[in-house]
Design a protein around this ligand. Sequence first.
Ligand code: SAM
Length: 276
Amino acid sequence: MTVSEILRKTGHKDVLGVELLLAHSLNVGRERLFSHPEQEIDSMELQVFQDLFNRFCDGEPVAYLVGKKEFYGLDFLVNDSVLIPRPETELLVDKVMEFCKEESGGVRILDIGTGSGAIAVALAKNLPRARVIACDISAEALEVAKENAQMHGVADRTSFVKSDLLANVEGDFDVVVANLPYIGEKSNNFVSKETLNYEPHVALFGGDDGLDLYRKLFVQIVGLEWRPKLLLGEFGFLQADAMRELLNKYFVQQGWSIEKDYASIERIFVVTFNGD
Ligand SMILES: C[S@@+](CC[C@H](N)C(=O)[O-])C[C@H]1O[C@@H](n2cnc3c(N)ncnc32)[C@H](O)[C@@H]1O
């Protein structure tokens, strides 16, 4: 059987997913499927593809099946200990990059809830003078993040700390960025079956309304002896009003804003501290 015959035969609606699985089974880049559609597939490759395809049809995410996901133009290793990085999270990286353009000198950045290290590593890679500390409550996630930092050549400027929010984090930072779990257990629980079945729940759920970890983080930030210049984080669909209330409660004296993602959904908060 040839590449083009397999692609035609599966008839799956997620064409990109099938292409990624086939390319992975053949150990080639996806573009090779189109430059060599007539390539014959041997029985072993076919078996590998068939096994992956069956798991894919049962709902297992492609990123876990192929062990990687692209984020901010970089490939990240992923496994079922880490959330699969989402495209909308790239907005957080863009915002930090924008802020850092104005800063002279190397900035110190703290990424809370680093998971695969997507935000931390993308920032370290694109800001060669920055120092990044990445923390997570999950030791397994930190192992993945470390591998990603090594793979992208930024391990010398990136440190990893196992910590419940700021509990074990030392030092002070110019930027604190967080993509904490924000799915609610009672309300705001918009989550697909695939995500629920396969992604780690520690990366998904943030209490009854999803915002418990942000509440806890804001209390910690307010109690610090130092202030970041910038604090920003991602939240979920329909949580913007609840987030506004929290920002007014904890950061009424600072400038803050809520910004929309590229799909026009309110998605991130940005708090700017003025050296107070
Ligand atoms: C939504 S995922 C984000 C992962 C990654 N930053 C990204 O954007 O793809 C949230 C991460 O926060 C971590 N986490 C959950 N509770 C935490 C806590 N109390 N302190 C630190 N990290 C926590 C989870 O293990 C998970 O890796």
